[in-house]
Design a protein around this ligand. Sequence first.
Ligand code: FES
Ligand code: FES
Length: 163
Amino acid sequence: MTGASRRAIKLQVNGKPHAAEVDVRLTLADCLRQEFKLTGTHLGCEHGVCGACTVLLDGQSVRACLMLAVQADGRAVATVEGLAGADGKLNILQQAFKDHHGLQCGFCTPGILMTLTECFADKPDLTEQDIRVALSGNICRCTGYQGIVDAAMDALRKMRSLL
Ligand code: FES
Ligand code: FES
């Protein structure tokens, strides 16, 4: 039994079933980090501005700091932990970030990777300008963005060559 302020939820995270009994006010970001120990989703501003907490909900990017965990009940969430292969091998996008110095402190990186993952799934013919627009809601305080854009373009080229 759950009390009025708590509710049992079940969701898929990175393709695996997860369940918890949560306070109805718990955000999805805090649920991922505290209940499921998936601390790759970072919290910066906690009010929807910085993009560090970006995850995919049924394939669409959301700010996990602005969403309640109960709103994700029954849905599929993708986080940065799900990008690498089961053997830990970085995916094409992650490897490109490594190759092009697309990160320094790495705090913004999970949100940026998830934003780009959504973009690439939708539109493989993105231009550099499209990428800059797509990332306009993700704040990075370290890199100056050029390495991030270079990494994104390199990953796109490599993904296209596999089509
Ligand atoms: S922590 Fe969610 S947008 Fe900044
Ligand atoms: S790499 Fe430090 S905030 Fe982006």
